[in-house]
Write a protein that binds this ligand. Structure first.
Ligand code: ACO
Length: 361
């Protein structure tokens, strides 16, 4: 048995390859460097979905814009009960209102949903009215406009596109595996995406970036870092944004995010000194983890600089995981379709280690 299924191969996929030793990510034959900062989210979604749907349009942007308008109707179901929940729980509840199915229309609505619902939930929790989608905009531009009520700058749109593309797919991570298991039962894409959101929200997976802001705020200045980090480790806490099941070197997405933060914030007065401070904290964390776990190579993962990027884009930390879902949903859907196309029901076995009945049956 493999603890946590480490090293177990559970699927063949044409979608993405995570090379944990080389620190390399390939998405459908393209390296992350070729895509991040260059392709739009719609283009990468098209790339991921190619061959998994009939009649996939050459340009997904208009269809995704129309789907944003369609799902916006569900925002009226946001009630005070849901607004007391965390953004990811409220966003998941609204997504659960969408009908199940396996076709392209369902896939487009599910891909539109996290962007539309996250913006509406964040605004409603701040006492502001939701902003209707603009189907003529790109997905990243509209996500930011719906969040703030004003158009985002081209640099901000590019930064969010870079993020969404970077996290669009990543092998058989926990949420994608959950989505594939559900798809293998033929439950439908909505069920698979809801399972993906549910697995993503945990702090060991996509729930990490919100607490990273808490960590940076609690540390306050670089000279406090070591004492704070040592106290956290002594308390048995994990340091969010570090370590990975597959990468034994630096997660390549960490540098894609750091570059995006630098491009977004340099030359502007946004968050002066924040990146340099985060770099100092990162250096302290890496030094401490090396001392404490010399046998396990623990390095920076995607979440550390994601936290800075989403903060610079004015998402509240409580909603960071929702933005992750906004990007990863394209990958969940592609994996669900791939599973349906070729895979059997996923049904592993367990070894019973409990007591035997006293009397034979
Ligand atoms: N801080 C402190 N200790 C750590 C960390 C960390 N970030 N990561 C791993 N360790 C410790 C483990 O506790 C373990 O110690 P032990 O042997 O004394 O029990 C040892 O290092 C080895 O851990 P791994 O086997 O490498 O961890 P695993 O593969 O089970 O977990 C995970 C990977 C969940 C990402 C882990 O590194 C972690 O909890 N990181 C912090 C949360 C985080 O950043 N999550 C986002 C991951 S990226 C993503 O999902 C998009």
């Amino acid at each position: 048995m493999s603890d946590g299924l480490e090293g177990v191969i559970a699927a063949e996929t044409v979608l993405s390859e995570v090379d944990g030793l080389a620190g390399r990510l390939i998405i459908r034959g393209r390296s992350l460097d070729e895509l991040a900062g260059r392709a739009t989210y719609e283009e990468v979604t098209r790339l991921l979905w190619d061959g998994f749907f009939d009649n996939l349009p050459a340009d997904l942007a208009p269809a995704l814009g129309a789907a944003r308008v369609e799902v916006f109707a569900e925002v009226s179901a946001l009630d005070t009960g849901l607004l007391d929940r965390t953004p990811i729980e409220a966003m998941r509840a609204l997504t659960a209102r969408l009908a199940d199915g396996d076709d392209l229309a369902v896939a487009l609505r599910l891909t539109a949903a996290p962007a539309v619902f996250t913006a509406a939930v964040v605004r409603a929790q701040a006492g502001e009215a939701p902003v209707r989608p603009d189907p003529a905009l790109g997905h990243a531009a509209d996500a930011l406009r719906m969040l703030r009520g004003n158009p985002a700058s081209p640099a901000e749109v590019k930064a969010l596109d870079t993020y969404l593309v970077t996290v669009s797919d990543h092998g058989l991570n926990a949420s994608t595996f959950a989505a594939r298991v559900i798809a293998s039962t033929r439950a439908g894409l909505t069920s698979a995406v809801l399972g993906g959101i549910s697995a993503l929200k945990g702090p060991l997976h996509g729930g990490a970036p919100g607490p990273i802001i808490d960590m940076l705020d609690a540390i306050g200045k670089p000279e406090n870092a070591r004492a704070w980090l040592e106290a956290a480790l002594a308390n048995g806490d994990r340091l969010m944004g570090f370590g990975h099941r597959v990468y034994r070197v630096r997660d390549p997405r960490a540098d894609a995010m750091k570059t995006a933060v630098r491009k977004l914030t340099e030359g502007s007065n946004a968050m002066p000194g924040r990146l340099a401070f985060a770099e100092a904290v990162e250096a302290s964390v890496l030094a401490i983890l090396k001392e404490r776990k010399p046998d396990r190579s623990l390095d920076t993962n995607v979440e550390f600089y994601t936290a800075l990027l989403l903060e610079a884009l004015s998402y509240p930390p409580s909603a960071f995981t929702c933005v992750f879902a906004t990007g990863r949903v394209a990958g969940w859907i592609a994996h669900a379709r791939e599973q349906l196309a070729g895979g059997r029901l996923i049904r592993p076995q367990s070894v019973y280690v409990g007591p035997q009945p006293l009397r034979a049956a």
